[in-house]
Design a protein. Structure first.
Length: 436
């Protein structure tokens, strides 16, 4: 049972109250991957067996822009993330590349992995979903969702075992079955009520042609879903973008009629992540963590809503006292006791080229947060990694972990997973933290 560790409340102006807190109890750092370069990670903890954890990552075998090559790998731990073993995913027939993976357990302990797959003959990527009933020892099902994916598919499972996979696609993709006149982008939600044996596709377009960023589906206690997404312009002169939420998935909708979460203060948004309190303390409180501000002062923010996204409390910004000016990859998770955990990447004050993962938590429903704590002992410095190659775009993107890191609530606290460069190569590491 997690204990109340903070005594202060938020001052109400969006500034986190840094209260006296008992020290966090940190587990050892575990290195998951063995050889090669790995980046972009998602992690999950089984609700049936607290020692059982899973994560997925992408192994990159060639960083040259013309030969860029990668595939998804899955790992499981049966000792609360102290050690990890490879869990070989089934091959998808015809696939030459796989990427962009996410992982989740159902309430009954069934393990799912979703990722994109691409063949040499076809345009774009499709989504493959794998299922394991024995915690990743064997994989008994692979289902390919018939849609073209433009980003990492995000998988989530509600309390009744309904599986959601959220992506985005061109609205005129014939696989979506939309009117031929549709242009621009569409949010796509694939829903399965038979444990990923089959999926029903729902696509949503808007009354504009802005580019989309689509994040994870969360569900409330009555089973109703909510999906965070962003929209942004391809015009370089545009200086801002916006974060929104959908509480239903109609065929088309005006942006004026969706939940507005935040203005992001930059043209191209970074990643966002949502979570819902499914316990009894702040039941159905909705949280969204995101990056806000221009590149030279990007910070992590978190907002909360008690009316399912229709209105929001003032955002709280989180920044390590010794951190630099660049913050990204925020992840939020809620423990069953109501404790909220936030993890993110933040550059070092001495050099905005080096960074560490940080973690903070709240025991009062997001009104205040603990002081941020560094997760890793040593900073990661992309400029020291030769295997990133010479392409500056790839060096910066994968040198800063890609687009995703992992955070999952566990029985005693939270598990954090990230791409670490401190040993001179790209590897995946995890660490358990207990907050009470």
């Amino acid at each position: 049972m997690l204990l109340c560790l903070l005594s202060a409340c938020s001052p109400g102006d969006g500034t986190p109250a840094i209260a006296d807190a008992q020290p966090l109890r940190w587990g050892p750092v575990a290195t998951v991957t063995d050889e090669g370069a790995h980046a972009v990670v998602s992690t999950a903890a089984s609700p049936q067996d607290d020692g059982l954890r899973a994560l997925v990552t992408m192994r990159i075998t060639d960083f040259s822009p013309t030969q860029f090559s990668h595939h998804v790998r899955a790992f499981v731990s049966r000792d609360s993330s102290a050690s990890w073993q490879d869990s070989s995913l089934p091959a998808v027939p015809g696939a030459t590349h796989s990427a962009g993976a996410s992982v989740a357990f159902s309430p009954s302990g069934v393990l799912y992995v979703a990722h994109s797959v691409r063949s040499a003959e076809e345009r774009g990527s499709q989504v493959a979903v794998h299922r394991s009933r024995d915690g990743g020892r064997t994989w008994g099902l692979t289902t390919v969702i018939p849609v073209r994916v433009a980003d990492t598919p995000k998988i989530s499972i509600d309390q009744d075992g309904v599986v959601y996979v959220s992506i985005y696609d061109r609205a005129d993709d014939p696989l979506l079955g939309r009117p031929a006149s549709d242009r621009g982008w569409a949010i796509v939600v694939a829903t399965s009520r038979d444990e990923a044996e089959s999926f029903e596709l729902t696509s949503v377009t808007f009354d504009n042609d802005l580019t989309l960023g689509v994040y994870n589906v969360v569900t409330f206690s009555d089973g109703n879903p909510w999906l965070a997404f962003s929209q942004f312009s391809s015009d370089p002169a545009t200086r801002t973008s916006n974060l929104y939420g959908l509480g239903s998935f109609p065929l088309s909708i005006s942006v004026a009629d969706v939940d507005h979460v935040a203005e992001l203060g930059r043209r191209i948004p970074r990643m966002a992540n949502a979570a819902v309190d499914g316990g009894s303390r702040f039941v159905d409180r909705l949280y969204v963590a995101y990056s806000v501000g221009p590149s030279d002062s990007l910070v992590t923010a978190v907002v909360r809503s008690d009316d399912r996204g229709r209105s929001w409390f003032a955002p709280t910004t989180l920044s390590a006292p010794s951190g630099g000016h660049h913050s990204r990859l925020p992840r939020v998770a809620v423990h069953e006791s109501g404790v909220v955990g936030i993890a993110w990447l933040q550059t070092e004050a001495e050099s905005d080229r080096c960074w560490r993962i940080h973690f903070a938590y709240s025991v009062d429903g997001g009104a205040s947060f603990s002081e941020p704590n560094p997760v890793s002992a040593n900073p990661s410095c992309p400029d020291t990694i030769d295997e990133l190659g010479t392409n500056q775009g790839l060096r910066r993107f994968y040198g800063f972990g890609g687009d995703y890191m992992g955070l999952a609530a566990t029985e005693g606290g939270f598990q954090i997973a990230w791409t670490d460069l401190s040993a001179g190569r790209l590897e995946i590491r995890t660490r358990q933290v207990e907050t009470g």
